[in-house]
Design a protein around this ligand. Structure first.
Ligand code: HEM
Length: 488
């Protein structure tokens, strides 16, 4: 089936313009010029996420805000998928990221409010100083795994691993279950003779996590979700909510960390300013969000009836995707441009989306990323790119903007002594709810504090110190988890 055979998408930009291709070498290398040409054409253009799949793509800032806040735009992709299947149209794997799942991302109205309140409130109970300390310790331990080597792939061994470890900590995943989830997920995706059995065991492991949290609730996001007044007494709902938070958070987070590191390491002047303290890491992160929106094209909405927005007819139940990558570059976002926000542009970007489905975790995400960048630069001050920036490759795919790898070199550093992991920053103060058996005065050790965090400690630190490739294994497991979340 080719696009010629597929139903047209009337009104999604001028018909005489070729659709913007969100795949292929040109797009993957540098999408910015393609977005710029699209913005000159229309506020919403035709685009393809695959040679057989066309969507309407919102490329201008103010139009995106209208779409994201529109009361007659649904997130439910079910009717579109059903129509495709009825018409015998292909459903290539790239569409799995758009396939409806029973979680907040795909719900509208009251049901969305119910599910998203539970997620927001549970994430909101995380204590920022503790989160910051946990992120520092996680980051430090990851740096330990490669510091002596003098070279590393910061995507595969750092940015791509840290968010998953943080999620296990925030969810209170105990050691044994964390390891089981990692191992079983890897087996499922190896696709060997054990895959089917592993898949069954994987579902059972998530169920066991929920059962344990019901029996012995802790101070963690999984336990808070379970007792939230908006949550139904339904294990599969909780599992889907947990998978959403992990899936929605991990990939963009790793891209934010890696792209910010790339920015700082490849721009001598900004790096220098950062070191002299005149540019804060938070500002570098905001620049990344603006120029390399980690979720580049997403937040797909479906008009519940034929709608016209900014002169473009959007047919009922056809996908309308928002190009955060393009909208963030729209002149309208910049200062005194005609129709502009009057803002400097930094705070008004759309990298977190807007409207009811705006990212509920942006402050958690910013904190994790700022700590990750700060710890790395503190520990390895003479770090340099090992591959010149133009030769670095970006991951293909319409939705994300993220590096495939970020190779660096630095003068080898000694690994910190073991006891340096016991709250070296003293930032949390008081009782640590993520380490229930610890008191403020008693320094934590893995033996005394069987906290969820220990699962990553044993996997990524103790083991990794002897086997420097362990984080690569975790990264592979995360890739598999991400695939699983996408429904593959
Ligand atoms: C750089 C990091 C991140 C970026 C750029 C980002 C961006 C986004 C965007 C654009 C959406 C809207 C998606 C849509 O409507 O289809 C979203 C939603 C969401 N994000 Fe994030 N996110 C990040 C990190 C995180 C983290 C760390 C978490 C969890 C701790 C998280 C949890 C969620 C959830 C649960 C939703 C669904 C909200 C809803 O539909 O009500 N995100 N995020």
């Amino acid at each position: 089936m080719t696009q010629q055979d597929a139903p047209a998408v009337p009104g999604a930009g001028p018909d005489d313009q070729a659709p913007l291709l969100l795949y292929g070498e040109e797009f993957t290398r540098d999408p910015a010029p393609l977005y710029a040409r699209a913005r000159e054409t229309a506020p919403i253009v035709r685009a393809r996420v695959h040679e057989d799949v066309e969507v309407s793509l919102v490329v201008r800032y103010h139009t995106a805000l209208k779409v994201l806040h529109h009361p007659e735009m649904s997130k439910n992709s079910g009717p579109w998928f059903e129509a495709r299947e009825r018409q015998g149209l292909p459903v290539p794997p790239v569409l799995e990221m758009m396939r409806v799942r029973p979680n907040a991302l795909y719900e509208d109205g009251e049901e969305h409010r119910r599910l998203s309140t539970a997620v927001r409130d549970s994430l909101g109970r995380l204590d920022p100083p503790i989160l910051r300390r946990t992120a520092r310790e996680t980051a430090d331990r990851l740096v330990d795994t490669f510091a002596e080597r003098g070279e590393a792939d910061l995507m595969g061994e750092y940015a791509g691993v840290l968010p998953l470890q943080m999620f296990f900590a925030m969810f209170g995943v105990p050691d044994d279950l964390g390891l089981r989830i990692q191992q079983l997920t890897a087996t499922v995706f190896d696709g060997g003779p054990e895959a089917a059995r592993a898949n069954v065991e994987l579902s059972e492991t998530w169920q066991e996590l929920v059962a344990r949290k019901r029996r012995e609730p802790g101070e963690d996001v999984a336990s808070w979700l379970l007792v939230h007044p908006s949550s139904n007494d339904d294990d599969s709902e909780i599992i889907n909510q947990l998978l959403l938070v992990m899936g929605a958070g991990t990939e963009p987070e790793q891209n934010l960390i890696a792209s910010t590191l790339l920015q700082l390491l490849s721009d001598d002047s900004s790096y220098g300013r950062l070191l002299s303290g005149s540019q804060r890491i938070a500002e570098a992160l905001e620049t990344t969000l603006l120029d390399y929106a980690p979720m580049a094209n997403y937040a797909t909405h479906y008009p519940v009836r034929d709608l016209e927005i900014d002169g473009i007819l959007l047919p009922a139940w056809e996908p309308v995707m928002v190009s955060f990558g393009s909208c963030n570059q729209d002149e309208a976002l910049r200062g005194d441009a005609p129709g502009g926000t009057g803002d400097s542009g930094y705070r008004a970007h759309l990298a977190w989306s807007a409207g009811p489905h705006e990212c509920p975790a942006w402050s958690v995400a910013m904190m994790m990323a700022s700590v990750a960048v700060e710890v790395l630069l503190d520990r390895l001050p003479d770090i340099e790119l090992a591959t010149p920036r133009p030769r670095l490759s970006w991951r293909p795919g319409p939705y994300q903007r993220g590096l495939s790898a970020l190779p660096v070199v630095f003068p080898p550093q000694p690994v910190r002594p073991q006891d340096a992991t016991a709250d070296p920053y003293g930032s949390a103060g008081g009782h640590d709810p993520w380490q229930p058996s610890t008191t403020a005065s008693a320094p934590s050790t893995p033996q005394q504090t069987p906290s969820p965090y220990d699962s990553t400690r044993s996997e990524a630190t103790s083991t990794a110190r002897q086997q420097p490739s362990a984080p690569r294994g975790l990264r592979r497991v995360w890739n598999s988890l991400a695939e699983w979340w996408r429904g593959r």
